[in-house]
Design a protein around this ligand. Structure first.
Ligand code: COA
Ligand code: AMP
Length: 632
């Protein structure tokens, strides 16, 4: 044990470069770095510059070489297809090397982009690792996004190849991915030269001659490809995430810093030893999937679970406990919303008692604020510690957590505990000075960010600085607000921008407003995230119609719901738009979204002194009342 969280944090603070150099010793390097931290071009910091690595080598080859070849690397557990398949490290390496050969055969090389738009099937993981193997940059797009969102990512990343599947399975519904993909390519400004399609038996897709190729056919004739050494600072992947506009931000992850940080986090934050089974119940399309379904566990020599199912309904609220018991999961990571869904369907925990959970050690929750009821329910029913931790797509690994591998701090429900070594977290007031303990402010991280965090945005250095580094010079803006208490525990309370968290999925209300505003009958609109007992938050749309519109308000609202589903995707969960006479605004024209949210959530609010006409708030209150808000 290297010490407690506080001791290790202090050691990092005293000698940060030495700390990370020591952590980097657990990684395989073809060539060690010249500089641990390259700070020659602030605010663009680079970790392990001069170092040469391969991410896939560290995830697979290294473990086979050291005797883990026969250990399960990945267990695909799919209640929706009644399948359980186990890939040993050797078998996964074989598949990945072959698919790397397929990509090479399609002309994909170092620095080329490959978009992966797939459901939760092992081939998605194989495609990601194959890209890493040959130094190509993958960009995984979550399957719940529709064609327009996919098209925006294709246009921006300009991939040489897209890897996809004929369909996804959502509960008992088959989602035809291929139709969405074809439409996206039609819409996109950049066209891939090849689409590699995994044909699933639930629904086969027709292939476009000359453009599409069958995954299995290509694999059958492929030559395995070896690892291509890359610079530690070369990009491993781009992951698009919601920003404040319709255009998502292309978060870049490098190879070296990512390897070091994730390997460290598996041991010291999640407290898992090589050989143990670790399960992040998320989707490969999100950062949790990248970091903790795929890379982290494999870097650390764990067995990871790829679960194609839901917490409830596939087939029942015991699904998670069945997986944990059947595969001997030691540590699970999921979103609070998944636990809320289980708790809703099985409040007494009957399903927990059906399974032997004796090997299960800890549950980690992140992705959204965890209410203490949910945390308490899980602790009580499961009989294990439940740890809330906080991070973002941009950081790629936890900023604040109760580090299980460093012993445990006392749990304070509602807080994500303390900053993790590597992160100097501060809470600032509007004037940029630190606020006292207990006082809410903007949560920032003092630069440089630790290894593994985004070095920039794809093809957008200026956007990186503008979005994250310009509000408080010298600090990275998390866009979360909250406070530190007297014990140094961090309480992350809300976003400071228009991002909402729907069932742990990060979405932009600004992007939804762009869709609504494009309707010919809409004069003005506002989308607000309101509290939801299951999903944490859901979006509600408020519309002002143009004068003289002949369509019925209900018909327009219905169109708008369909448009958001069609343009952004079902994952936006945009189910309600309501027509109001006016939107409440300040005299300078800023829509008072925060006040609308408070009314919907039944939270006391002060009529803002800058409002142009307070009567509008009564109109909004009446409109919300007809929708049943606030819920009592
Ligand atoms: N491909 C296609 N469609 C998808 C999809 C995918 N990969 N993922 C979700 N969708 C669809 C769903 O089918 C649903 O469609 P519907 O409106 O037709 O019902 C819609 O997107 C919303 O999905 P979701 O938010 O998942 O809601 P749900 O009602 O199906 O399930 C929960 C509710 C709570 C069970 C579910 O949200 C859940 O498991 N959440 C955990 C979140 C999580 O793991 N987050 C990752 C961060 S850690
Ligand atoms: P994503 O980039 O999708 O991982 O979303 C990151 C955002 O989710 C953060 O900026 C927070 O707003 C929210 N979030 C994630 N984890 C937590 C947590 N443990 N507590 C509160 N908010 C969280």
């Amino acid at each position: 044990m290297p010490g407690t969280q506080d001791q290790v944090y202090a050691r990092w603070r005293n000698e940060p470069e030495r700390f990370w150099a020591e952590a980097a010793d657990s990684v395989h390097w073809y060539r060690r770095w010249n500089r641990v931290l390259d700070a020659s071009r602030p605010p663009y910091y680079r970790w392990f510059s001069g170092g040469v690595v391969n991410t896939c080598y560290n995830a697979l080859d290294r473990h086979v070489a050291s005797g883990r070849g026969d250990q399960p690397a990945l267990i695909y557990d799919s209640p929706v297809t009644q399948t359980i398949t186990c890939f040993t490290y050797r078998a996964l390496l074989e598949q990945v090397s072959r698919f790397a050969g397929v990509l090479k055969g399609q002309g994909v090389g170092k620095g080329d982009r490959v978009i992966i738009y797939m459901p939760m099937v092992p081939e998605a993981a194989v495609a990601m690792l194959a890209c890493a193997r040959i130094g190509a940059i993958h960009s995984v797009v979550f399957g719940g996004f529709a064609s327009h969102e996919l098209a925006a990512r294709i246009s921006h990343a300009a991939p040489k190849v897209i890897v996809s599947a004929s369909c996804g399975i959502e509960g008992n519904r088959v989602v035809p991915y291929k139709l969405l993909l074809d439409k996206a390519i039609e819409l996109a400004a950049a066209k891939p030269s090849r689409c590699i399609m995994l044909q699933r038996p639930q629904e086969r897709a027709s292939l476009v001659p000359g453009r599409d190729a069958d995954w299995s056919e290509l694999m059958a004739g492929a030559q395995p490809a070896e690892c291509v050494p890359v610079e530690a600072t070369d990009p491993l992947y781009i992951l698009y995430t919601s920003g404040t506009t319709g255009m998502p931000k292309g978060v870049v992850r490098d190879n070296g810093g990512h390897l070091v940080a994730l390997t460290w986090s598996m041991k010291y934050i999640f407290g898992v030893e090589p050989g143990e089974v670790y399960w992040a119940a998320s989707d490969l399309g999100w950062v949790v999937g990248h970091s903790y379904i795929l890379y982290g566990p494999l870097f650390n020599g764990n067995t990871t679970i790829l679960y194609e199912g839901k917490p409830v309904g596939t087939p029942d609220p015991g699904a998670f406990w069945r997986v944990i018991s059947q595969h001997g999961v030691r540590v699970q990571f999921t979103a609070p919303t998944a636990i809320r869904a289980i708790k809703r369907d099985d409040p007494g925990g009957e399903h927990v008692r059906r399974y032997d959970l004796s090997r299960f050690r800890t549950l980690f929750l992140a992705g959204e604020r965890c209410d203490s009821d949910t945390l308490g329910w899980a602790e009580q029913r499961l009989g294990v510690p439940v740890i809330d931790h906080w991070w973002q797509t941009e950081t790629g690994w936890p900023i604040a957590a109760n580090c299980l591998g460093l012993g445990m701090l006392p749990v304070k429900p509602g807080s994500c505990a303390r900053a993790v070594p590597g992160y100097d977290v501060r809470v600032l007031g509007p004037d940029g000075s630190e606020v006292p303990a207990g006082q809410t402010g903007s949560i920032v991280i003092k630069l440089p960010l630790p290894p593994g965090c985004l070095p920039t945005l794809w093809n957008n250095d200026a956007g990186f600085v503008q979005s994250y580094l310009s509000a408080y010079p010298g600090y990275y803006l998390t866009a979360d607000a909250g406070y530190k208490d007297a014990d140094g525990y961090l309480w992350v309370m809300s976003r400071t921008d228009d991002i909402i968290n729907v069932a742990g999925h990060r979405l932009s209300t600004g992007a939804m407003e762009e869709v609504l505003a494009s309707h010919p009958d809409v004069a003005e609109c506002a989308v607000v995230g309101v509290a939801d007992a299951l999903k944490g938050e859901i979006p509600l749309g408020f519309i002002v119609l143009k004068a003289g519109v002949r369509h019925a308000p209900e018909a327009v609202a219905h169109d708008l719901v369909a448009m958001v589903r069609e343009r952004i995707g079902p994952v936006a969960c945009f189910k309600t738009a309501t027509v109001v006479p006016r939107l409440p605004k300040t005299r300078s024209g800023k829509v008072l979204r925060g006040t609308i949210k408070k009314i919907a959530d039944g939270i006391e609010y002060r009529v803002p002194p800058t409002i142009d006409d307070p009567v509008i708030l009564d109109e909004i209150t009446a409109a919300l009342a007809t929708l049943g808000y606030p819920h009592r």
